[in-house]
Design a binder for this molecule. Structure first.
Ligand code: CO
Length: 209
């Protein structure tokens, strides 16, 4: 584990490296942000945003929580999405799950996890919506992987329930993407979710604008 002293030394080295490439780097960074991407991912320490996308400070507006959830009464994620869409005018919203997600694993167990119960309940709801498909998968690991993917899909749909997102989405100013990061290979997988089809099915229920 890196010591606190080491972290500050790392920071000095990082600043020096950036300035060596561009003496104006931090001057430019200080001027403000206009990222094209909003990334909603898991808090898991192995799943970063900038690193795995090969992007830099200023490129991504980031929100992370346990199991990359987009919950309607979570003012944190709702505020992040609203701000990203209405003020930063991001072009893409990415919900990125990951295989081996501890949050999703916990939601598959019949256990009382205290404060985490109401949070993980939302993943159990994803399981309920897709119960037939999931229960048909006999291999437990494969079912776990599939729930991780379906959770990403459902959180993307939750993103599309926001008025701000619907406005930008139907104006073709914004696209939503569901990804899964594979911690075993380091690779990103685009789930290629067919939002047009999903939305045509549920728009009558969730349409706000
Ligand atoms: Co996770």
């Amino acid at each position: 584990m890196a010591s606190f002293e080491q972290i500050f030394q790392n920071n000095e080295a990082w600043v020096a490296e950036k300035l060596q490439k561009d003496p104006d780097y931090f001057h430019k960074l200080g001027k403000g942000q206009s990222p094209d991407y909003l990334y909603i991912g898991c808090s898991d320490s192995r799943v970063t945003a900038e690193d795995l996308m090969g992007l830099n400070p200023g490129d991504i507006f980031v929100h992370r929580n346990i199991a990359n959830m987009v919950i309607s009464i979570d003012m944190n994620v709702q505020s992040v999405i609203n701000y990203a869409v209405r003020h930063l005018k991001v072009k893409h919203i990415i919900v990125c799950g990951h295989y081996g997600c501890g949050g999703v694993k916990a939601a598959m167990q019949p256990a009382d996890l205290g404060l985490l119960n109401p949070w993980l309940r939302n993943i159990r709801d994803v399981y309920r919506i897709h119960k037939d498909e999931l229960n048909a998968i006999t291999d437990e690991e494969a079912r776990y992987d599939r729930l991780i993917e379906l959770n990403v899909q459902e959180q993307c749909i939750n993103v599309l329930k926001l008025a701000a997102v619907q406005e930008a989405y139907y104006d073709h100013e914004l696209t939503v993407h569901g990804w899964v990061f594979d911690v075993h290979t380091g690779k990103l997988k685009d789930l290629n979710i067919n939002f047009a089809k999903i939305l045509s099915d549920i728009r009558e229920i969730y349409r706000i604008v």
